[in-house]
Design a protein. Sequence first.
Length: 253
Amino acid sequence: MIKSASLGAASLLAAAVFAGPALADGMPSRGRIADAPAPRACVTSGNVAFTTDYVFRGISQSNQNAAVQGGVDLTCGKFYLGVWGSSIDFGTDGTTEIDIYGGYKTTIGRFALDVGFIYYGYPGQPSFNDAPYFEVKAGATTEVWKGGTVGATVFYSPEYTFNTGAVTTLEGSFSQELPKVGMFAPTFSVLVGRSFFHDADELSYTYWNAGVTFAFLERWSLDLRYWDSDNELFTTPTSLSDERFIATVKYTF
């Protein structure tokens, strides 16, 4: 997969697309838009998950293998701060990703707004890779009809992973709550995103996913999701950006 300095500048640019964590209801939750919480005392929550493949923005971060994930969140009124981690496989030293994120959520009229930051850390990765990077984000969601929600988020990194320059990522999403089936409360959701590499437009690409999340037993969920992208950098021979189905089991506490 990725990487050594000898691969040259082009390889480092391509590697930028590979590094970074998965969002999309598939199911890591750090940095995602959610309903703005009512003012209250500080509370903590946590989650652990097992996924058959850790995909971020259409590209596998675990070399198409399973990954273990988990995080802890602190919410104080409308402010939040959290840490999230996952096992990864970049084909180099370092098998862990640790992200730190925070922000502010509020509501204006029918819209839930979320502004914040995410720091993506990769302890153990070779220092010459310059894998860690920082993003800011701003997003909004609104309910368009009962149980149906649309959202949009913009992410911006002034210096993306592997020193590939500024990158802007735009995402649009839709979710719909479905009728409950026995103990399962399903929600259908889709997401489309595009990453724009300002200094290397040939690396820009689009990704998307669609799936159903089944909530059950109050704290459990099972997410079944299809991922795909038009990224061609990792389709041969490893198919890291090809279409795939992913299952994720998550427990929150």
